[in-house]
Design a protein around this ligand. Sequence first.
Ligand code: NAD
Length: 333
Amino acid sequence: MRILASRLHGLVQTRGFASSARRLHNYGFIGLGQMGYQMAKNLQSKLAPSDKLSIFDINTAAAEALEAEMKAVPTGATVELVTSASDAASDADTVLTVLPEPQHVEAVFRSILGKGLPKRERIFIDCSTIDPSTSRKVAGHVAAAGQGIFVDAPMSGGVVGATAGTLTFMLGADEGAVPRVEPVLLRMGRKVLHCGDQGAGLSAKLANNYLLALSNIATAEAMNLGMRWGLDPKTLAGVINVSTGRCWPSEVNNPVPGVVATAPAGRDYSGGFGISLMKKDLRLAMMAAKEVGANMALADKAFAVYEDAEKRDECKARDFSVVYRYLGGKESS
Ligand code: NAD
């Protein structure tokens, strides 16, 4: 691994210099959904016209729309719409994947590796939120096939961050691969936090989102409780936010309408971080916790809350702070 890493570093340094080594200018992007579409747009716009970006999604309409948007702007990398994941990867030095769930990442890599592409020191950067075990398994398959290295770089910042190019990436990669991965990610985000070896980015992301899943419910419960005791919600949030209960759900994403003007609660819980994505991340964290025997005393109960809330018409497809509504919290003053 160490040898591969230093060879990769050597490749990075050849970029822009006259050298017999191949220049790193071919990119592949697979998965153009809510996040990937915007990320690919930012990446393409910040690459040079001599670079090439091959894009693919099974949703042809999304891929065609993105191709048209990119081609309408005269700057940035050359765009090529391809018809399979392996076509997106075959010519590329750097391949990004932004896919929904572990099974989609596995399927895409099965199709890429099954094609017997020319062996090359590609970097595969997977920004999907999946479980660390699946991620490590796919990384093993990539290495065994001699197709390059696979790193995990799940992200936070949501669609707003993806559009603005301000995402934070949690990177799991061998130290030697970081100089090659970081500049790519910084074209789509503002921060890259190197968390450790491959898989560590996902572990950090899932631990954080586990905490968020619980603090969101706890905030909704505490706000509902205080208001039922007669407290004014803004007064209560003001106390919590300078006290020991302070957390992101209380301060930024407060679930009570009107407490934080910009929070999704004030617009019928629209936008924000969808309740289904929260449930998905919680499920992945619980799966990964089981594998290492970590005791998660509150996990099952929290999962049941999201699972039940997600099914209700008044909560489904809304920001996850809608659990306040699910608990029967008062929404008008
Ligand atoms: P999405 O469902 O909007 O997009 C996923 C895309 O992958 C879709 O366009 C789908 O057609 C495509 N896809 C599925 N299978 C494919 C295949 N075999 N080949 C090619 N394309 C395929 O999901 P999203 O909201 O963009 O999220 C992507 C990942 O990022 C998820 O893992 C999610 O948990 C994570 N994430 C999302 C957010 C968010 O706010 N949406 C925030 C942080 C992290």
